[in-house]
Design a protein around this ligand. Structure first.
Ligand code: FAD
Length: 374
């Protein structure tokens, strides 16, 4: 029996929409299935902004993927005729031995990325909003900034549809079954067959991919917008930043993007509470707001004003905080992006399209093999 689809993509969030876009651009017959609406706020790809940077403290092995991602961000902007990536510069601040400082420096040096090392006085002089603690130092790189998650998902969906992808929303996938020559994907509305499936379900990976037994944790993570008491002006054109304190707590934030009354966004990196993705607590408590404000007051005192809004989101985290990406037989999985995946969205789409169509990819993805969990 012939099927109208070569590849089904399950989950059209950050990674799935990019995968559908890359597959459709190659002339592959794609069916995309998403349980919610396009660019919704129930998963991991909402909140207006995501940091993008190159001197990658998580591991220098990510740098070649980032260099390719930057090319693909520019390409998607051109193709979709929309703004997705804004370069602001990026500052990675912490004690000399911290992951944020030492890891960023290591990646910059290993890959010869343009960067500057600033001591505390130089940081204060150049970025008066930032007050480094005694002994804190920073890596600054120009080629960092932010990308727009909802606009990115929409752009990738539009480009995929333009190139012939069949994208269906309000379609919850109930299960995926492999057959001798492909897959059967079942939703409440019916079953669909194809030669291959890419499963990119974000925070629903632990349930949809339960039979793989991946060690994934789903964490609730809140994005906060504060009104700077002295106005947003000092945060207009501000660099993105990651700031780590002795003890390891990292915060990160953005320039003013939402006008004089929209507040300025900041968040904790990691340290979230475990959550069930179907029961995400959307109420942000006064105690949570106070914890964030207190931490902000240490490093960016001019931002520690009244809360404008707070929006929860989810990380799907692996024990080593590296992604999960692999093809086996008729199934490619892309999940476990551990709170740092969005900047890679277009290159993950390209990799999933490679794996789905050729079984392999020229990109270095050894770090993401789930075999590492044993
Ligand atoms: C607060 C916060 C801040 C972040 N900051 C950054 C940052 O600054 N920089 C950065 O690079 N990354 C950041 N990230 C991480 C990044 O946003 C994620 O890694 C990325 O969005 C994950 O994309 P995804 O496609 O895996 O998940 P999603 O975008 O959530 O997509 C998964 C999709 O699958 C759908 N789905 C699930 N199950 C089914 C089913 N059964 N049937 C049909 N559809 C299904 C879901 O509805 C969803 O649309 C942040 C994340 C959060 C939450």
């Amino acid at each position: 029996m012939s099927t109208p689809y070569d590849v089904i993509v399950v989950g059209l969030g950050g990674m799935g929409s990019a995968t559908a876009r890359h597959l459709a651009a190659r002339g592959v017959r794609v069916l995309g299935l998403e349980r919610f609406t396009p660019a919704h706020d129930r998963g991991s790809s909402h909140g207006g902004s995501r940091v993008i940077r190159q001197s990658y403290f998580e591991d220098p092995a990510y740098v070649p993927l980032l260099l390719r991602a930057y090319e693909l961000w520019t390409d998607a902007e051109k193709e979709a005729d929309t703004d997705l990536l804004t370069l602001t510069g990026g500052l990675y601040l912490g004690p000399e031995q911290s992951t944020t400082f030492a890891g960023s420096l290591r990646a910059a040096q290993e890959w010869g990325l343009p960067h500057e090392v600033l001591d505390g006085d130089a940081v204060r002089a150049r970025f008066p909003t930032i007050t480094p603690a005694e002994g804190e130092v920073a890596v600054y790189e120009e080629r960092a900034g932010f990308v727009r998650p909802e606009a990115t998902v929409r752009a990738h969906l539009d480009l995929a549809a333009r190139d012939g992808a069949d994208l269906r929303f309000g379609q919850q996938v109930l299960d995926v079954t492999e057959t001798a020559d492909g897959v059967v994907v079942r939703t409440a509305d019916g079953t669909f067959t194809a030669g291959h499936v890419v499963v990119s379900p974000g925070a629903w990976a632990p349930s949809l991919l339960a039979d793989l037994g991946l060690p994934l944790r789903v964490e609730r993570q809140v994005q906060y917008w504060f009104a700077p008491p002295g106005g947003v002006e000092p945060f207009v054109g501000h660099p993105v930043y990651v700031a780590e304190q002795a003890g390891g707590a990292q915060i990160y934030g953005f320039p003013s993007m939402d006008g004089p009354d929209g507040g300025v966004k900041v968040a904790f990196f990691r340290r979230g509470k475990d959550t069930d993705p179907d029961a995400l607590d959307r109420v942000v408590t006064e105690a949570e707001v106070e914890e964030m404000r207190t931490r902000v007051a240490d490093t960016l005192p001019g931002l520690a004003g009244p809360l404008v809004r707070a929006v929860p989101c989810m990380y799907t985290t692996t024990p080593d905080e590296h992604f999960v990406l692999r093809r086996r037989e008729h199934v490619t999985i892309a999940c476990g992006f551990s709170g740092h995946g969005f900047k890679f969205v277009p290159v993950i789409g390209e990799i999933c399209a490679d794996l789905a169509t050729t079984g392999t990819t020229a990109h270095p993805i050894g770090l993401f093999d789930p075999e590492r969990f044993g």
